[in-house]
Design a protein around this ligand. Structure first.
Ligand code: AMP
Length: 567
């Protein structure tokens, strides 16, 4: 059997073709969304999905998320004492999805069509195929995520030439793609985006609004402790989702017998998100410009990604494109459904051909810099020089200055990645540049990065004051595993013990109780502790019925707690 898989940054989904339609397959917890999170439990067994996600906060050293961002790089991610490549962690997610389908249909799954972002480079695509191989899946075909969305909407069944735009706003990223279907071939004409723009940013804006409304209250709790930040984030997301169904929602926070509340209307949300809504325009305009197409010439606009459920976003898209975008398929599910359509077409040897757009620089490349906050200088910041997704070859220059009086050298450290701080990015190399001793800020250095079609980065630093020029060439393709290494990794993965599937529901509940225990204080914490204790006792009794009953009742109370705090 061939399945279609959306291997997402936050969540992954699997779908099959049944009764002439694509159909999503739920996981062991009954959900079609499996968080793309992998961890090790206390016995060193692999946990995938919701249970691992619950443990992200309580066991950060044993849990990994967002590894899709590192696909195609040699970055290793530590889980306890073991290090994993991003394709190995992806393989564990894929293996879990494969098993869900095998359990549901009682048939082996041998092959998968996996979706990837349109801007994925050759190395990132290869890493995705290897992840499939490590999961025991043949991956002959990858499908671009926007193409998959188009397939789910049946765009490929139109017989005339079609141009359309896919507006994909997820939890943390925004991607715009313009595609053209011509004589049965789908071509990505342009792709643009923002790696730091998604639903979470709207949550941050709501949190800031709530916190600043309570500023006068001296009893208001410290919002910088980790548990509190998570609670505010969950509450902001709940409010944001609720505003899709009703005109107002209440943001509330309870602690130590006190309660803080703020009513939020659609207009308030619009107001606090104004700058984010504005930022959505840039990539849309860039993609249209790059594809040399006018809005009026687009045949369709498709909305993809959970955040496009927000009425604000739909309104913005309607205004931007002068028409109602297509959104009748659930935006979280559309890519997986489309991947299953591609899988079915492949089975009939009729798969849609794609022209793949890989001539982009897949990562942001930059250098370490120092930022000034008031009078404080803080090192370790990232100064992007070539932004992710630029069409290659590309050359960009940024000018930096000396920091101290009479300094004689400047160390230029080169990094790859998307994080604000260099410690979270990948170090590629460094150059020590001699400079003439002058007062701070008087000597300038022009740092030029050139990235060519072969993925080679050349860093060139010019010091106009001395007329000197320095070079560093970085061959940036350690991201693809050689066949020999794939075999080794496959053998290593086979040794890993996986957390027993039939205990997954209970493990997820225990992990959720632990997380909530950490997040709360006082009576609520005590109550959570009691629940955890009783549930452990029930588990020890091995009485299946008693366990199931208690699980239901605890899950129900936790749902209530997360929906509206008790105190
Ligand atoms: P994705 O990355 O496509 O899975 O999207 C995840 C994002 O979609 C998260 O930020 C969610 O808060 C957001 N999302 C999911 N459902 C809704 C909803 N009903 N209303 C608003 N945002 C939603």
């Amino acid at each position: 059997m061939i399945v279609g898989i959306d291997l997402g940054t936050t969540n992954s989904l699997v779908a099959v073709w049944r009764d002439e339609a694509p159909q999503l397959v739920p996981n062991v917890l009954g959900s079609v969304l499996t968080p793309s999170v992998v961890g090790l439990d206390d016995q060193g067994q692999v946990l995938v999905g919701q249970a691992a996600r619950e443990r992200l906060q309580t066991h950060p050293q044993l849990t990994a998320a967002l590894f899709k961002r590192h696909m195609g790089s040699a970055q290793e991610i530590a889980l306890g004492k073991r290090k994993f490549r991003p394709e190995e962690l992806s393989a564990l997610v894929l293996r879990s999805l494969k098993e869900d389908v095998e359990r549901a249909f009682g048939e082996p799954v041998e092959e998968a069509v996996i979706s990837v972002p349109a801007y994925f480079s050759d190395a990132q695509r290869k890493a995705t195929r290897i992840a499939g191989e490590l999961a025991g899946l043949k991956v002959e075909k990858l499908v671009n995520e926007p193409t998959a969305a188009a397939l789910a909407y049946g765009v490929h069944q139109k017989d005339k030439e079609t141009s359309f735009l896919v507006f994909d706003l997820g939890g943390g990223t925004f991607d715009v793609s313009i595609l053209e279907l011509f004589e049965g071939v789908m071509e990505v004409r342009a792709s643009a985006g923002d790696n730091f723009l998604g639903g979470e940013d709207f949550d941050t804006a709501l949190i800031q609004h709530f916190v600043s409304s309570q500023r006068q209250d001296k009893h208001f709790p410290d919002v910088n402790v980790p548990g509190m930040r998570n609670r505010l984030r969950c509450e902001a997301e709940r409010v944001r989702h609720a505003l899709g169904q009703q005109p107002t929602a209440t943001f509330s926070l309870a602690q130590g017998g006190r309660q803080w509340e703020l009513a939020i209307s659609q207009d308030d949300l619009q107001h606090v998100s104004a700058s984010l809504l504005e930022r959505l325009r840039g990539p849309v305009e860039r993609a249209l410009r790059d594809a040399r197409i006018r809005v009026a010439d687009l045949n369709e606009v498709l909305l993809v990604g959970g955040t496009t459920r927000m009425p604000l976003i739909r309104k913005l898209a309607t205004t931007l494109f002068g028409r109602f975008p297509a959104m009748h398929i659930n935006p979280d599910e559309v890519v997986a459904l489309g991947a299953a359509v591609q899988a079915a077409l492949k089975q009939r040897a009729a798969a849609l051909e794609e022209v793949v757009l890989t001539d982009v620089c897949p990562y942001t490349l930059g250098i370490e810099t120092v930022e000034q906050f008031g009078r404080v200088l803080e090192s370790g910041h990232y100064l992007p020089i070539i932004e992710r997704n630029c069409v290659v070859p590309v050359s960009r220059v940024k000018t930096i200055q000396t920091l101290h009086d009479n300094q004689t050298h400047v160390l230029v450290k080169v990094f790859q990645g998307e994080s604000r701080l260099v410690k979270d990015n990948i170090a590629l190399g460094e150059l020590s540049i001699p400079v003439p001793a002058r007062p701070a800020g008087e000597v300038e250095l022009d740092v030029r990065f050139t990235y060519d079609n072969n993925g080679i980065l050349e860093a060139e630093v010019k010091v106009p004051a001395s007329g000197e020029m320095h070079h560093l060439v970085i061959e940036n393709n350690p991201g693809v595993l050689a066949p020999q290494e794939v075999r080794q990794r496959l053998a290593a993965l086979a040794q890993l013990k996986v957390h027993p599937r039939d205990q997954m529901v209970n493990t997820t509940l225990v992990a959720r109780l632990e997380r909530l225990y950490q997040e709360h204080l006082g009576e609520v914490r005590e109550m959570l502790g009691n629940m955890a204790g009783s549930f452990q006792q029930a588990l020890a009794s091995q009485d299946v019925e008693c366990i199931a009953q208690m699980r239901e009742s605890i899950a129900h109370r936790l749902d209530e707690l997360e929906r509206s705090p008790w105190q």
